[in-house]
Unconditional design. Sequence first.
Length: 532
Amino acid sequence: MTTTRVNPGCKLEDQGISGLGRVHYNLIEPALIEAALTRGEGKLGRGGSFLVTTGKHTGRSPKDKFVVRTPSVEDSIWWDNNAPMAPDAFDQLHADMLAHMKGGDYFVQDLYAGADPEYRLDVRVVTELAWHGLFIRHLLRRPDADELESFVPEFTILNCPSFKADPARHGCRSETVIALNFDRKMILIGGTAYAGENKKSVFTLLNYLLPEKGVMPMHCSANHAEGNPEDSAVFFGLSGTGKTTLSADPSRVLIGDDEHGWSENGIFNFEGGCYAKTINLRREAEPEIYDTTTKFGTVIENMVYDPDTLELDFDDDSLTANMRCAYPMDYISNASATALGGSPKNIIMLTCDAFGVLPPIARLTPAQAMYHFLSGFTSKVAGTERGVTEPEPTFSTCFGAPFMPRRPEVYGELLQQKIARHGATCWLVNTGWTGGAYGTGSRMPIKATRALLTAALDGSLNEAEFRKDANFGFEVPVSCPGVDDALLDPRSTWSDGALYDMQAAKLVQMFSSNFAQYTAYIGDDVKAAAIS
């Protein structure tokens, strides 16, 4: 038996999936919430939001993610970063998951990833949980009704949290599994209810498929100037660097906050919504994101709330520090209606330097941009993880290593080519510490960061006087309106210059040691930009 909003062009039976109970095709938000409530999957929150918890999995399971090793991808997958699964193991996993699904009710959402029609990917997401259907309906992009009538998926995701994998039988690591098969055009997700696995699996697909089309997939946020989509900017950055906050500039139009592509047509958002962290979220700092938490259909994931008033506790991380909300992009007032922009005029690489060494902003040459892109540096600080007692460097290549199926140099070279072709100006922005390392210095003033970014994006910073940094070789502005000149020279903010020099030498060595893994694959210009 099926329930459907629009009759799909391709049913599950056409894909060899039969024997299920009721299949719900392309239900809209009220119907999905009603189903989720009836099934006891969560609770209706304030304003019609939907409150859920995901059990023991409150984040991604990168060690349980696999790529099926077939001849067609053997030479193009970065196997050092992607665990392989044998084709026969995947076939057994697929057969066992389908057997497990027999008789159960499932929810199908036919969606696409990519706002540019030339490069979009049609994706079918089949979920055991109704609220997962609501989540992915927010996070991907929705076809029109007439498009649904002829929709045939290019890739299909089967997500069944109640299915437990068997490592001995399925060639995986645990009862949790995320398996990507590029030949079968299928992703299997089992043993985890964490919704983020759905969206990041699609991102991984696009990261593999788009480079062959000359499109640069990017783990970044993006915006453009009001009234001028051609004046766009992208913001690369790992967790905690301010990617979402700094791109959500009320004076600019938000293209997207997490995943984009850069083609010859310009940049385009992969997604149709946002999946924002909510820990310590405050209306004063981020009013629009805060307000989405009480809007109809917003998925509130793993947040503690008052059982009587349903008020959310943004400070209680007893379930997880990775609490989140998922909502459609149009819940943000300055979001782009098209999710498109021109080729970026400015590329911002955000880092949180807990060592207090890097300046608040630096201008990069194209070769230096590739160097810092491949490095993907930020810092964990004491207290963020058990056992971390001093600042700990984190290098996540391309600012998103867990989602990169190809070798980093593929993405680095694409970025370098596009910068050269379109003339983007590249900046490294440190939102971390100044005046000393974490525990001694202070966090970079957000007011100064915003002033520097404003000057970079409106072009005025390019006219400033620059000095060459003694440690990293990039250019640092000597002054900027609204910013204390001393802040632009990090050594001068330390009470002991000799201690700064020691810390800088330590960080330089960390960069060099990490980058050694790429030197066999890169050009001489990037090698010259590397620190030695």
